[in-house]
Design a binder for this molecule. Structure first.
Ligand SMILES: *Cc1c(COP(=O)(O)O)cnc(C)c1O
Length: 470
């Protein structure tokens, strides 16, 4: 494809995207397809004839879009807001169009340095001090894995340079909460800690936040058993209920054992753009690393996950191998992001953050987050006030966890009722909510915060819910 052919086709594609987004609320939220249905709409072998873009877009419409669960839909309340602001989409397109190769500073100085600038802007915007330096990863899962690798090496005095984990005699232990995201246990397992050395620390029965006293007890018990506490992962905004682990107290408990503290704020980091919310991660300055996803609530299109560390030297000692063909004279003066994480090649992700901040504006983003907090609080109040309905966890941010508990229903019958009314809404395509377990019982998570979701959409959801149980 020549640049001139691209120009024509590109305009057509942009029109197609704009049409899709402006008609999104006419579509079902949940993809109404059966397993295998999309695959079977494709030929079994690769194409033998050339297509033009118009014909491809037609097939995109008929063969692909029906298989997309529309998370940009204003009635999407599932999982978490995965906002893909159109301003950041433009930045993503610019990044693809530039087509740079991010394997070293030399291979694209701007890619490295704009990433440094964006990480620093976002650091300031969430109120972190200038002791932090950041990079952009694909996901929070990756950041957590890197944190676990660094924690392992810190606790083992860089054992990777000799016999590795296999030569460490005192087992290294990791602590997190049962409410933490599944990626935390996955990262600890991939880093070689092993299930036997992962402790799920008790949470408070009301707030679902990790109990720092229980953490201290678990670490002391491990030390008595000959283990070495290596890392704690604190969740700022847990997956189930958006609970806030007490970071200051966790940092203090971890410091007794020189354990590494990683703060997983994948979801709630966006909220820290609001000064009035920042008290929820008090103590974060004492942690060793922090990650959060602008690609969730803030709305920079996926993938865009920020990872901040205080000790860059340690990070680079663990993550760098520095083969000769990548060494250069600039090494002393520049950041080589390949030494900050797992992949060698990186995309120019900073552009979508830059476009998002410049084209939407920080104040507008903040106002949208405040709108969502108010909408979630409103919904929580309606549910609390209604007969037979309950809010089953504190509404810390924009997630509302709810059960409808009619008289006489409990146990399995209640679970069936809960799954039933959630499924009836989801299957209808009118809205999407996520059923999830809490304390061994099903509940329904309503995650408010899609860019397009206004108060009247939340009112409409509350209506749907009341009708679904009726
Ligand atoms: C979404 C989420 C993750 C995983 O994020 P990815 O970027 O998809 O890896 C991890 N932790 C928490 C608390 C989350 O909300």
């Amino acid at each position: 494809m020549t640049p001139e052919e691209f120009r024509t086709a590109g305009h057509e594609l942009i029109d197609w995207i704009a049409d899709l987004r402006s008609s999104i609320d006419e579509r079902p939220v949940l993809a109404q397809v059966q397993p295998g249905e999309i695959r079977s709409g494709f030929p079994t072998g690769p194409p033998t004839e050339l297509s033009d873009l118009s014909s491809l877009l037609e097939r995109l419409d008929t063969k692909v879009v029906p298989g997309i669960t529309q998370v940009q839909h204003p009635m999407h309340y599932g999982w978490f807001p995965s906002n893909a602001s159109l301003s950041s989409v433009l930045g993503d397109i610019a990044s693809s169009g530039i087509g740079s190769l991010g394997i070293s500073w030399e291979s694209s100085p701007a890619l490295t340095e704009v990433e440094e600038v964006m990480c620093d802007w976002l650091r300031q915007l969430v109120g972190l001090s200038d002791q932090w330096r950041g990079s952009i990863n694909d996901t929070a899962s990756t950041a957590c894995l890197v944190a676990m690798l660094v924690a392992r090496e810190r606790a083992s005095d860089l054992a990777q340079n000799t016999g590795g984990l296999q030569a460490v005699t005192s087992p290294l232990a990791v602590y997190t909460s049962p409410q933490a995201h599944s990626s935390v246990a996955k990262a600890a397992l991939l880093a070689g800690f092993g299930w036997d050395n992962i402790t799920m620390v008790d949470v408070d029965p009301v707030t679902y936040a990790m109990r720092a006293d229980a953490l201290a007890d678990a670490m002391a018990a491990d030390v008595a058993a000959g283990k070495t506490p290596a890392a704690v992962v604190a969740a700022v905004g847990t997956t189930g209920t958006t609970a806030m682990d007490p970071v200051a107290a966790i940092v203090e408990a971890a410091a007794q054992h020189n354990a590494f503290v990683h703060v997983d704020a994948a979801m709630a980091g966006s909220a820290m753009l609001l000064p009035e919310i920042r008290h929820l991660w008090d103590g974060v300055e004492g942690a060793d690393s922090v990650s959060w996803n602008p690609h969730k609530w803030m709305g920079t299109i996926l993938d865009c996950s920020l990872h901040y560390v205080r000790d860059v030297e340690l990070l680079e000692r663990v993550m760098s191998t520095n083969p000769s063909y990548l060494q250069s004279q600039a090494d002393e003066q520049v950041t080589q992001y390949r030494n900050w994480g797992i992949p060698l090649g990186r995309r120019f992700r900073a552009l979508k953050l830059w476009f998002h901040l410049e084209l939407d504006g920080i104040e507008a983003i903040q106002e949208r987050l405040r709108r969502d907090l108010a909408n979630a609080a409103w919904l929580g109040e309606q549910i609390e006030a209604a007969d037979d309905w309950e809010v089953c966890a504190p509404v810390a941010l924009q997630t509302v966890c709810v059960r409808h508990r009619p008289d006489g229903l409990s146990g399995e019958a209640l679970d069936e009722h809960t799954l039933g009314w959630a499924r009836s809404i989801n299957d209808s395509g009118a809205a999407y909510l996520t059923p999830s377990m809490l304390d061994g019982e099903w509940m329904v998570r309503i995650s408010v915060g899609v860019e397009a979701t206004e108060r009247h959409h939340v009112e409409q959801l509350w209506d749907l819910m009341q009708r679904a149980v009726g």
